[in-house]
Design a protein around this ligand. Structure first.
Ligand SMILES: Nc1ncnc2c1ncn2[C@@H]1O[C@H](COP(=O)(O)OP(=O)(O)O)[C@@H](O)[C@H]1O
Ligand SMILES: [Mg+2]
Length: 261
């Protein structure tokens, strides 16, 4: 009996090993400065710090599904999501999943120089009801990537549909991932980030040093309520604890980074 139960459970849960394997292009990984896979790269160090701080917060709050967003485009969300997820996957016993939900400007598969045939759009449009069909395991790592390969303009309809809720539900209840990171669109662009975040546990806010203002950060936090901001990353920050790339990670008390604006 017990053995039977274990078999059933195992089959209904999505495992990293169920996903088709893809191998990132070394050139793309290097050109796009994805350093999180490699612990010996000194540029990966700031991500280890972000990672440790994030893991602690997620545990404290019992959160698993976390979005990464910003006020405006090109703040560095996808770059940071890719580096952070690969860095998290290096230390996590259970797999880490990274999902591209910037449906209009998806970029994660390109960051790795891969060109998968289908992505999350296919599940959201209900062309498949198997989440495992739209995810890929990154060879040699503990990271599962759920890319978006077909950009769609009519995202409001997609996000309002049952396919989208079912996808989030499956990630939450039927996947073995310890952390599921969702790369989102910017909040000011349209409603997408707001709609998606209603169904996630919390989010990380990326601010672009010198560009994002304190007022914008406050507006974003207000717009996304009641979903909590679990931390903030000040990207392209010179003089922070990070290295020449400049990243700083703070708690929900994001405002301390904005004293001079
Ligand atoms: N800290 C950084 N150091 C170097 N390049 C960066 C950094 N942050 C972002 N970039 C680059 O800036 C561009 C925009 O970043 P991206 O993550 O795609 O923005 P977003 O997803 O917020 O729209 C990309 O080419 C990315 O590689
Ligand atoms: Mg992006």
């Amino acid at each position: 009996m017990a053995e039977h139960k274990i078999t059933t459970d195992r089959r209904s849960i999505l495992h990293l090993s169920d996903l088709a394997e893809i191998t990132p292009s070394k050139d793309a990984v290097s050109a796009n400065r994805i350093v999180g896979f490699n612990s010996r790269d000194s540029r990966a160090r700031p991500f280890s710090l972000l990672r440790t701080s994030l893991i602690k917060k997620l545990k404290e709050n019992n959160h698993r599904l976390v979005g990464i967003t910003s006020a405006s485009p090109a703040a560095g969300k996808s770059f940071l999501a890719m580096n952070l997820a690969s860095s998290l996957a290096r230390v996590s016993e259970e797999p880490v999943f990274l999902v591209d939900l910037d449906l209009r400007r998806a970029s994660l598969s390109e960051y790795l120089g891969t060109a998968p045939e289908v992505g999350v759009e296919s599940f959201i449009e209900q062309k498949t009801d198997r989440l495992g069909d739209v995810g890929y395991s990154i060879s040699g790592t503990n990271l599962g990537l759920f890319p978006c390969v077909q950009r769609d303009q009519d995202t409001a309809e997609l996000l309002a549909g049952t396919g989208f809720s079912r996808m989030i539900e499956q990630f939450r209840n039927e996947s073995e991932a310890s952390i599921i990171l969702f790369d989102l669109p910017p909040v000011f662009a349209n409603d997408d980030a707001m709609i998606i975040l209603e169904q996630l546990d919390s989010y990380i806010m990326v601010a672009d040093a010198g560009k994002t203002t304190r007022k914008q950060v406050e507006e974003v936090v207000a717009m996304l309520q009641p979903t909590p901001c679990i931390g903030s990353i000040l990207n392209r920050y010179k003089g922070g604890f990070g290295d020449s790339y400049g990243y700083g990670y703070g708690g929900a008390d994001y405002s301390r980074y904005y004293e001079q604006t």
